[in-house]
Design a binder for this molecule. Structure first.
Ligand SMILES: [Zn+2]
Length: 589
């Protein structure tokens, strides 16, 4: 005991002396010295996951943020609507945040905006026209979110974001129009964020618009932030011309109606389908609000050229012959509330499947959705539709550059450092390998970080520091943001996997004995009515448990509850090898 307190005292003393040496003032000086030399970079999401993309650069008292996306829930987060980046670090420095730049209009890049702009001090938001419109539409669902100060930019624009940061925007080909990449000029050099991109090819199969990348390469680029989504895919993208031809072939084969399921955000594909439909003299009806909205935005901004009478209202499809109809739908991933699911379940207001329909699912499967896509395919074919799943072609024309295109970009830009972004560790590791192969970068020049790790960028170096800032999930569930934490999730997982048992014990205040037989309620554990003997054993066990408590003692309900929880837990485990959640309820009368 004595020795311990001496040690404690010594420890206290040493902290006191340490404090004396490092006065707060001096610490501040050292800190500013460090900051003057270096730009800090970190991601708040998008690594170790696909989605939730968000990152920032910081220099002295200025911060520039790139993207603010959401991630869709996974098995480990049951019941969650979606996951957004943790912006605690930025919130604490909101007066430093000078700008936020959004690369393109996909939800994994814009989805968190309504939740975080306030916390960031509502800085000006730089983005292209199409992305602005998509963000605005989404803001309508969040009437309380602050009004966004948009700065609309287009390819070629240069904007001074703050004293120390300047941005030049360049256009990239993705699968949604108006995507941009950024050359960010900082005090230590030029950083490039390539956005999300792939190459597009002309009719002869030659890649188009490579001069954009080549021009960037002449600017002495310090660090390239390079997306890794396609880094595991070998080769080059399939040209959209080829995709068009393939879709056209399928359309020609179809005798009746054609129902195409795809993502509402896959606007380039939607535009292609409408174009082919027009060429074949078919009408197009759109089912799904998000898809309708996106098509409208793209038409307004002239990204999609559609003849006046091509698109018809869904309510009027009966006025046309089956072979004159193409119906575009959301929900190719088997999403429960999307159009395709409603159609296959016979719940859609305007569309029932009939023999002779052709159903084309045009989207690669997002991991985790395999089962629901399988159900879609099964049920459509059961109902007599011809089903085509366009998985392969979409993997190779996905909007994300595969290996050879990634390498080509690294060769054209010739950065000194590459930070692979967007994707799981293995994808980014693969991307780092690509970059090393492309221009002979050393492993330490291709930087693999985790969310929340700070990279210090000086004029001649890029180093991962030991500093970590909060970057763990913030979960959105219903109207709650961030109120579902690890413990709630753990409970949900137990409930989902093992179920729950409620034990209600009603005891006499004077005797401490049961007034009635303990009540047992089970949800998702066992069906009680079919397990009468088991329930009787359980009751007996509980009665014996309570009988062991000495009579003269006053009943301590907390003690009794934890006793029931532990002992019943053990009892159930021994009998069933399951660990349901146990909720003891003790009533003293
Ligand atoms: Zn995207």
């Amino acid at each position: 005991m004595i020795r311990q307190s001496v040690r404690q005292l010594a420890r206290q003393k040493s902290t006191i002396t340490r404090r004396k040496i490092y006065s707060p003032k001096k610490e501040k000086e050292i800190e500013t010295l460090k900051k003057e030399e270096a730009v800090r970079f970190a991601t708040l999401g998008g690594l170790e996951e696909v989605g939730r993309n968000m990152m920032f650069f910081e220099y002295e008292d200025e911060i520039v943020v790139l993207d603010a996306g959401l991630q869709f829930p996974e098995e480990a987060t049951p019941g969650i609507d979606y996951i957004i980046p943790n912006v605690t670090y930025l919130e604490e420095r909101k007066n430093k945040v000078k700008a936020i730049i959004i690369t393109h209009g996909h939800y994994d890049h814009i989805g968190a905006i309504p939740y975080i702009m306030d916390k960031l001090g509502n800085p000006p938001l730089f983005t292209a026209a199409m992305t602005k419109e998509i963000i605005l539409r989404r803001q309508e669902d969040f009437p309380k979110a602050p009004k966004i100060n948009f700065e609309v930019v287009k390819a070629g624009d240069i904007r001074q974001l703050s004293k120390n940061f300047k941005a030049e925007f360049f256009g990239v080909t993705h699968n949604i129009p108006d995507g941009v990449g950024i050359i960010l000029e900082t005090p230590v050099g030029k950083m490039v964020h390539g956005g999300e991109f792939k190459f597009d090819y002309d009719n002869e199969g030659r890649p188009k618009n490579l001069d954009v990348w080549e021009k960037i390469g002449k600017q002495k680029i310090h660090t390239l932030l390079l997306e890794s989504t396609g880094a595991e895919e070998p080769g080059y993208s399939i040209s959209e011309r080829v995709v068009e031809q393939e879709i056209e072939k399928l359309f020609k084969k179809a005798g009746g109606r054609i129902i195409v399921g795809t993502f509402a955000s896959l606007l380039d594909r939607i535009a292609e389908i409408i174009k082919i439909a027009e060429k074949m003299n078919k009408k197009v009806a759109i089912s799904g609000l998000s898809m309708k909205t996106n098509v409208q935005i793209a038409r307004n901004l002239n990204f999609m050229k559609v003849k006046k009478d091509t698109i018809i209202p869904l309510e009027e499809i009966h006025k046309y012959r089956d072979d004159k109809l193409v119906i575009l739908c959301t929900g190719a991933q088997g999403e429960p509330n999307a159009s395709l699911m409603k159609i296959v379940n016979g719940e859609h207001r305007n569309i029932r499947i009939k023999k002779g329909d052709t159903v084309i699912l045009s989207s690669s499967i997002v991991p985790g959705n395999e089962r629901s896509v399988q159900i879609l395919k099964d049920d459509f074919s059961r109902q007599g539709a011809l089903v085509y799943h366009y998985k392969m072609i979409d993997i190779h024309s996905s909007g994300h550059a595969p290996q050879e295109e990634l390498k080509a970009v690294v060769r054209m830009i010739k950065p000194r450092f590459v930070v692979p972004i967007h994707g799981y560790y293995f994808m980014r590791w693969r991307n780092a390998q690509n970059a090393q192969e492309a221009i002979g970068l050393k492993p330490e020049e291709t930087i693999l970080i985790d969310n929340g790790q700070i990279v210090l960028l000086t004029k001649d170096s890029a180093k991962i520091t030991s500093e970590n800032i909060p970057a763990f999930y913030v979960m959105v569930d219903g109207l709650g943001v961030g109120d579902v934490g690890e413990i709630v999730l753990r409970d949900r997982r137990v409930l989902a996997q093992e179920g729950m048992v409620v034990v209600i014990a009603t005891l006499d205040r004077r005797t401490g004995q049961f007034l009635k037989n303990p009540d047992i309620i089970s949800r998702g554990f066992i069906h009680l009515r079919e397990s009468k003997d088991f329930v009787e054993d359980l009751r007996k066990y509980i009665r014996a448990l309570v009988a062991r408590i000495p009579r003269h003692q006053q009943i301590d309900t907390d003690y009794l509850k934890s006793l029931i929880r532990d002992q019943i837990g053990q009892f159930l485990y021994n009998k069933t090898k399951r660990r349901p959640m146990i909720l003891p309820v003790v009533i003293i009368v």
